[in-house]
Design a binder for this molecule. Structure first.
Ligand code: FE
Length: 329
């Protein structure tokens, strides 16, 4: 009988450890990420467990769980959210030549705490019936009097617009940016909308002529209704570039499988995953060597704003205050 207990332990610990396992907290929806996770499991044998929720609750959960968390990787949208997660201490620095080569430096945290994995361009959309592309030039020019009563905007409460204004502050400073935002508000055709699709629908309905939206919403809307008289315009091609943002990921500080998480993150930056991830929502691959979806390519090439996206987080509070002062609801 004396041997039974050690024997039991021996049996328990001799059981082969399962292949690597990863736990992902994701603000991207299951429909988009599940095929990616399945492809990775098929290739490597690494099992991926995940939960999905909105960015805010996921971050709150990571903070509450602290060292006890089971999460290895946080996957979320918007550099503002990624920056906040890094700032709140739930992410760890990663040094990886693969990631540094595949992801342009403006799309990742200088400290390696998060990496953009897909690019979302926030650009100008216009009515092809009432606007000629030659009349458009920059985001800033939408503040000029020729657009009075013709502009539609989404609410300033959305992080996408906070990031847009934050990077504008990084480029122009607060005073110049405030003048631009005040000009936009003076040009509004109607109250701000709750989402980008409603902005485009208002333009299509003739309520306004121009707006600012993320291109994947344009792709989604046009897929449903290809006859809508709307087109995208790439602003600021000689002045800083198109405002881009990312969805991306960082490795959790208390990850139990940090090495496996890094391998997975590196895999996500390579061609196959980049295509799946970007194409799933008509976004742009963050890796500039990977081609965009055929539909996305029809929208044309553009120069990105090369401002490091950490500015979206660093200047977010200032951007919110500035928009409030300028009357941007
Ligand atoms: Fe979105």
């Amino acid at each position: 009988m004396k041997f039974n207990l050690p024997l039991l332990f021996l049996i328990v610990f001799a059981t082969p450890v399962a292949a690597d396992e990863l736990v992902v907290y994701s603000a991207r929806n299951e429909q988009l990420i599940k095929p990616l996770f399945d492809a990775y499991t098929a290739e490597t044998g690494t099992e991926i467990k995940f939960i999905t929720d909105k960015a805010g609750p996921l971050l709150a959960r990571l903070k509450a769980e602290g060292a006890g968390t089971r999460a290895d990787l946080l996957l979320t949208v918007d550099a503002g959210n990624l920056w906040k997660a890094a700032q709140d201490g739930v992410l760890t620095s990663v040094r990886s030549n693969t990631l540094d080569q595949n992801i342009p430096s403006h799309l990742r945290d200088p400290d390696g705490k998060w990496f953009g994995l897909s690019v979302r361009a926030r650009t100008i959309v216009y009515s092809t019936e009432r606007v000629k592309p030659g009349e458009l030039s920059t985001y800033e020019a939408l503040a000029e009097p020729q657009w009075k009563g013709r502009l539609c905007l989404r609410t300033s409460k959305k992080v996408y617009n906070q990031s847009l204004i934050a990077t504008m502050i990084a480029r122009h400073g607060a005073d110049a940016t405030r003048k631009v935002v005040e000009g936009w508000i003076a040009n509004l055709a109607t109250s701000v909308f709750s989402n980008d699709t409603k902005v485009m629908q208002a333009i299509a309905a003739g309520q306004c002529d121009v707006g600012i939206v993320n291109t994947y919403y344009f792709g989604r809307l046009l897929k449903k209704d290809p006859k809508l008289a709307l087109a995208l315009f790439w602003p600021n091609q000689d002045a800083g570039g198109v405002h881009v943002n990312v969805s991306g990921a960082g490795i959790v500080r208390h990850a139990k499988h940090a090495d496996a998480a890094q391998k997975f993150l590196e895999w996500l930056s390579e061609e196959k995953a980049q295509r799946m991830f970007a194409d799933g929502n008509l976004e742009y691959p963050a890796n500039p060597n990977v081609e965009a979806h055929a539909t996305v390519k029809t929208w044309g090439d553009f120069k990105q704003d090369a401002t490091n996206l950490s500015a979206a987080g660093r200047l977010q509070v200032e951007a919110i205050k500035l928009m409030d002062q300028a009357g941007y609801k």
